[in-house]
Ligand binder design. Sequence first.
Ligand SMILES: C[S@@+](CC[C@H](N)C(=O)[O-])C[C@H]1O[C@@H](n2cnc3c(N)ncnc32)[C@H](O)[C@@H]1O
Length: 280
Amino acid sequence: MSDYPLESTERERDRLERQARVLRPLTERLLRRAGAEPGASVLDLGTGAGDVAMLAAELVGPTGRVVSLDRDAGNLQRAHERGERAGYTNLSFLERDIADPPRLGEGFDVAVGRYVLMYQTDPVAVVRAIARAVRPGGAVAFHEISLYEGMRDDAWPASTRLFVETMAKLSPSLRRRIQANIAPRLPSIFVDAGLDVADWGFELSSPLVHAADAIPVGVDLMRTFEPLAIADGAIAAGEIDWDAQERVWRESPPHGALTLPASVLGWARVPGSKGDDRDA
Ligand SMILES: C[S@@+](CC[C@H](N)C(=O)[O-])C[C@H]1O[C@@H](n2cnc3c(N)ncnc32)[C@H](O)[C@@H]1O
């Protein structure tokens, strides 16, 4: 169900780690709201370099449990090594498609994915499959990106202009392969997958970050997408001057900051509750 287009390389795993440092506060807020509390069980979807796994492991503590899935063996190895080095004893990793999640007793308390639903060709089917691994009353939560929202013209014009120009070149290839503007669709994806959105747990949020921290998310993300546009013939190899891009971002004013493309945070409940279940 996924035709994940990004490379499986150490460089890409390094990028995910740098990106994670910027995204962490938003994901933490989402996880807490969705119920990742001490003792809870969390299913982490598409773990990459393991950052969401470790964040969840911290929140649920030693009495909780985190099971992380990824199809990429290299990513799982990096995530596993980092988790061990950090001393987490409540983390396990499985090489598995997120559309085929494992079962855990009566179901996980929370399933969470970051920057992963946007890569699925049929997000409704994937969310429906994930919901079956979550207990009634538990939560399904995603932190995704809305690539075309959030950069502010007036925040830092030089870097913004370069970002917008480059994104325009990459856009046709992204739109073909990625749910590039998933934000406004997330509530209906959840509803179509059978989740209960009565609590309306959705938010579009643009982190305001220091310029130095923005480079990993802005320029690195576009660099990651570059091979797709070259493969499609949309741009030529070497056409984008990445050194110039990074220079503009690095030469930001002291304490320069800008808004990044927006994050969409969304969570919804699996219908029913433990009580309902027992009464049935
Ligand atoms: C952009 S990375 C995000 C990693 C991590 N969630 C984070 O935010 O740091 C997406 C990850 O999802 C994995 N992935 C994508 N589609 C998948 C699928 N259908 N099943 C399992 N893993 C998948 C990729 O291998 C990659 O590791």
